[in-house]
Write a protein that binds this ligand. Structure first.
Ligand code: LIP
Length: 280
């Protein structure tokens, strides 16, 4: 537990002192970008530069730990093992970064035995640094995150949602139908949806209790690893985005995060009600 806290502090220092200033300055420059898998999956030189920097700095501090980063990921080759592994998104919310919308951040998680045990997410535009580690609680900057007890009901919820990079096919259709069902006055009737454009920020806003839940299919372990640890430390849970997926691995790519501040029974009931709105 103490060692995890030391790692958390090291990551926090790196984000605050080195990574954050780069993201903040470069976003205002309206960076040039190139397309990755398609015309809405974007990457800039700054994403790559930051990943190299983090790999170098964490590698010097923890030479035996493995490293997985969004920009060096090789589909089919890169796999999360049981060994201590830093799982990093150098800029999460790259579209926000390119458009200078103030919700781009850096997300650094550590997994051990495929469980997220340390996490830090820094949005330098708003000065919000979320961090936590297993058994040590979660913090927004220096303040411990404590979620007040309050009812958790689908009908009165605000849910984080993202369009994602996949804009056609059956997954996209399911996403859109679910969104419609949840808003429909005769079905889910949620209070509303919000889209921050960053999976890591969405996870952290669920950890804060600002969101009641966050649902996304299509993102990757580096988008959610850090936020997952932070959320768990505030009493939240992460399950699969599809029906009856209560236990999921870090790289399941379809996640449903639920805030704390309610009993496990209430959280599970919320999940069931949500799943009822996802077409088979
Ligand atoms: C993006 C996410 C966004 C999600 C996209 C993508 P990037 O990460 O944070 O919320 O919808 O699928 O994964 O590309 O900005 O690092």
């Amino acid at each position: 537990q103490e060692q995890l806290k030391q790692i958390e502090n090291a990551i926090v220092g790196l984000l605050k002192n080195e990574v954050g200033p780069i993201i903040k300055t470069k976003a205002h420059e309206k960076s040039k970008y190139v397309n990755k898998s398609n015309a809405v999956d974007l990457v800039t030189e700054t994403d790559k530069q930051i990943e190299v920097l983090i790999k170098e700095k964490l590698g010097a501090l923890y030479p035996d730990f493995k490293f997985i980063g969004e920009e060096s990921y090789q589909p089919g080759v890169t796999k999360i093992s049981d060994e201590p592994t830093f799982i990093v998104d150098p800029i999460d919310g790259t579209t926000n970064f390119i458009h200078d919308f103030p919700f781009s951040c850096c997300s650094i998680g550590l997994s051990i035995n495929q469980e997220a045990v340390v996490g830090a997410v820094y949005n330098p535009h708003l000065g919000q640094l979320f961090h936590g580690s297993k058994g040590n609680g979660a913090f927004l900057n220096d303040t411990k995150i404590v979620i007040a007890e309050r009812p958790l009901k689908l009908q009165q919820s605000v849910i984080g949602f993202e369009g994602g990079a996949e804009r056609q096919g059956s997954n996209f259709e399911v996403k859109m139908s679910t969104l419609k069902n949840l808003l429909d006055a005769q079905k889910g009737f949620a209070h509303g949806f919000r889209s921050l454009g960053s999976a890591a920020m969405n996870m952290c806003y669920t950890a804060l209790g600002t969101y009641d839940a966050y649902w996304e299919g299509g993102c990757y372990a580096w988008d959610v690893c850090a936020g997952w640890c932070i959320l768990k430390e505030t009493g939240g849970m992460v399950v699969g985005g599809n029906v009856n997926e209560w236990e999921i691995p870090l790289d399941r790519r379809c996640y449903f995060a639920i805030r704390g501040g309610s009993s496990e029974d209430e959280q599970k009931k919320f999940v069931q009600e949500f799943w009822n709105q996802v077409p088979a």
